[in-house]
Design a protein around this ligand. Structure first.
Ligand code: B1M
Length: 214
C-alpha cells in the first residue's frame, strides 16, 4: 500500500497534474496512509531531480519547469510543517538562506522544516540573499550556525563571498557554517572554507545537531 501511495504522488507530479498531486499529498499528510511525511518529501525531491533531467535534456521547457516548481511548492507546504523530530530541548539558533542570484528554495525549506522539528530556532532569510544581508543577520541574531543553499553553478561563488564578508567583520570565528544544494560539493565546501557540506536536509540537520551538543 505504502509503495502505491508514493507512486501515485510521484506519478501525478511528473504528469504535472496539480490537483491529483495535492490530493495524493493530502492523503499522506492526513496520517491516514502507511507512508510517512518524510517518505513523501523524499519522493517529491527525487521526482524534482527527474524534472531537472527532463529540462536539461530538452524534453521539457521553462514553462514545465516553472509549473513543476509551483506544484512542488504547494505540496511541500502541506508536508514540511508536519516533519517530526525529537524536539524536547531548545538547541539554539540557525540563520539560513539561499545565496545571491539564486531563487531556488525548496531544498532550503526542507532543511528549515527538519531543523525546526529538531528544536532549532531558524531565522530564514529567504532567497537571493546578498552577502551583506547574511553577515548583518549573523551580527544581529548571533546564531550557532549559518546555513547556505545554492542550486545554480554560477552562484556558487557567493558562498565564498559570504564567508569572506563574515571574516572581514570578525563574525566567522564563533560560527559554524553548513552549505548544501545541487550546485555544491564536499570539496567545494572545504575549499571555500565552510565547516560542512550537507548532501541532504536530514544530514544537514544531523550536522548542526552534533555541533549543538559539542
Ligand atoms: Co531551476 N535549475 N532554474 N528552477 N531547477 C536547476 C537547479 C537545474 C539543475 C535544472 C537543470 O538544468 N538540470 C539548473 C541549474 C544548472 C546549474 O546551474 N548547474 C536550473 C536552472 C538552469 C534554472 C534557471 C536558470 C532556468 C531558466 O530560467 N532558464 C532558473 C534560475 C532562476 C534563479 O534561481 N535565478 C531556474 C528556475 C527554477 C524554478 C523557479 C522554475 C524552480 C524552483 C522553484 C523553487 O525552488 N521554489 C526550479 C526547479 C524546480 C529546479 C529543479 C528541477 C529542482 C530543484 C529542487 O527544488 N529540487 C532543479 C533540478 C535539480 O536540482 N536537479 C533545477 C528538490 C530539492 C529538495 O533539492 O534543492 O537540491 P535541493 O535540496 C536537497 C539537497 O541539495 C539539500 O537538501 C535537499 C534534500 O534533502 N539541500 C540542503 C539543499 N539546500 C540545503 C541547505 C542545507 C542543507 C541541505 O543547509 C543550509
Amino acid at each position: 500500500m505504502k509503495r502505491k501511495e508514493l507512486e501515485e504522488l510521484t506519478g501525478a507530479f511528473l504528469d504535472l497534474e496539480k490537483k491529483r498531486t495535492l490530493e495524493a499529498t493530502g492523503v499522506i499528510a492526513s496520517g491516514e496512509s502507511e507512508s510517512t511525511v518524510q517518505e513523501a518529501v523524499d519522493a517529491l525531491a527525487g521526482a524534482l531531480q527527474r524534472v531537472g533531467k527532463r529540462f536539461q535534456e530538452g524534453e521539457w521547457f521553462l514553462g514545465e519547469l516553472v509549473y513543476a516548481g509551483e506544484i512542488a511548492r504547494e505540496a511541500m507546504d502541506l508536508l514540511t510543517p508536519l516533519l517530526r523530530g525529537d524536539a524536547n530541548e531548545e538547541r539554539g539558533r540557525i540563520v539560513v538562506g539561499t545565496v545571491a542570484g539564486d531563487l531556488h528554495d525548496l531544498g532550503k525549506d526542507i532543511f528549515t522544516g527538519y531543523a525546526n522539528s529538531a528544536g532549532f530556532d531558524v531565522v530564514d532569510l529567504g532567497v537571493d540573499v546578498a552577502p551583506e544581508r547574511f553577515a548583518d543577520a549573523v551580527a544581529e541574531h548571533r546564531p550557532a550556525a549559518l546555513g547556505m543553499s545554492c542550486l545554480l553553478t554560477i552562484c556558487a561563488g557567493s558562498v565564498t563571498t559570504v564567508l569572506e564578508e563574515l571574516e572581514r567583520r570578525g563574525l566567522r570565528e564563533e560560527l559554524k557554517v553548513v552549505v548544501g544544494g545541487a550546485a555544491l560539493t564536499e570539496s567545494f565546501a572545504r575549499e571555500a572554507g565552510a565547516d560542512a557540506f550537507a548532501p541532504d536536509a536530514v544530514t544537514g540537520t544531523e550536522i548542526v545537531r552534533r555541533w549543538s551538543k559539542a
